[in-house]
Design a protein around this ligand. Structure first.
Ligand code: SF4
Ligand code: MG
Length: 336
């Protein structure tokens, strides 16, 4: 499949009072056109920072410290996202129009003192070059498509006048109103009840079928992954430890971390809202990274004398299938 965005050995550092954290530590993946890649991991794994790096939208203390993010523009030109000025004109014209973000907390994305119409209409006018009337029509159309009843009447409402689930729909309408080609959805359903969650996932899949949208879906919920992913990348402490298609990851997980995560899911399609299993031990502090394999303090299969001293490196199992574990070095001959 043809990639819309390709990430090569991306490194992101975040400055804190206690020192610099390697929040993203050399990740490689792509998001093909019309497909959904799920970035999976516990909190603190670097998945949100990775998503934000794709828009060159890092916190002020963050910087891209290495690697390359290549976005394929509408006329096929390769855009080096990390090389753009994060406050410059070019990246601002990509954000919202080509690449959109929905986050976990819809209130954070919406202004409480402006109506929904006041928030969607100017964005649509600016990015699509429409008149006010046309932009209003487009906003009403989008609100209707995301399942907001009587959308024309609701343009004049403020965010607090919507329920949590409806607010997240408003955010999706806002994010998709300019027909972006890439949607970065950062735990967009985590705060919602199961039914609303299901509706929103169905909605994203429908929009993907109709518009060929590419989605980077960030989640810690394997039930959601089973529903929405085409491809999966499992993150741990800033690195991708395993990557493959959703079928490969669920049917033949190769990394002990992925295997442990999957133990929480009784069977594929067991339902949404299936949380990750409690894996023994804690995610180590990024200030106190383990030596050798990052996962060795929690790994039931760790090899004494090897895993605590040697970085496993990445083993390619296929063109878009790889794993970071010494047990897989001979293509899985030592299959765990
Ligand atoms: Fe476990 Fe060793 Fe593989 Fe790391 S390299 S996941 S510690 S077996
Ligand atoms: Mg996060």
């Amino acid at each position: 499949p043809e990639a819309l965005v390709t990430v090569q050995d991306l490194k992101v550092q975040i400055g804190t009072d206690d020192g610099v954290v390697r929040a993203v530590d050399g990740v490689t993946f792509d998001v093909p056109r019309g497909r959904t890649l799920c970035l999976v991991g516990e909190s603190g794994s670097g998945k949100s920072i990775t998503g934000r790096a794709l828009m060159n939208l890092l916190p002020p203390s963050g910087r891209i410290a290495g690697g390359r993010i290549t976005y394929s523009g509408r006329s096929g030109e390769a855009i080096d996202i990390g090389a753009l000025d994060p406050r410059g004109k070019q990246i601002r014209s990509l954000r919202g129009k080509e690449i959109s973000l929905i986050s976990q907390e819809p209130m954070a994305a919406l202004s409480p003192v402006h109506t929904i119409g006041q928030q969607i209409v100017p964005v649509v006018r600016r990015h699509l070059g429409l008149s006010k009337r046309e932009a209003e029509a487009r906003a009403v159309e989008m609100l209707g498509r995301v399942g907001i009843p009587r959308p024309a009447e609701r343009l004049g409402n403020y965010p607090f006048e919507f329920s949590g689930g409806m607010r997240q729909r408003v955010c999706i309408a806002l994010a998709l109103s300019c027909q972006p080609r890439l949607l970065i959805a950062d735990e967009p359903t985590t705060a919602l009840d199961v039914t609303t969650q299901a509706n929103i996932i169905d909605l994203l899949q429908e929009l993907q079928r109709e518009d060929g949208l590419s989605i980077l879906f960030i989640t810690h919920d394997l039930g959601v992954v089973a529903e929405i992913a085409d491809d999966v990348a499992v993150m741990y402490l800033g690195k991708i430890v395993e990557r493959g298609t959703v079928d490969e990851i669920f049917a033949d997980p190769r990394h002990p971390y992925t295997q442990a995560l999957l133990k929480s899911v009784p069977r594929l399609g067991a339902g949404r809202n299936t949380r990750l299993a409690a894996i023994r031990g804690m995610v180590p502090s990024p200030f106190d990274r383990p030596t050798g394999c990052d996962f060795h303090p929690r790994c039931d299969l760790a090899i004494k004398g090897l895993c605590e001293s040697e970085d496993p490196g990445t083993t390619m199992l296929g063109p878009r299938r790889d794993v970071r574990c010494v047990l897989q070095r001979n293509g899985g001959a030592g299959h765990a």
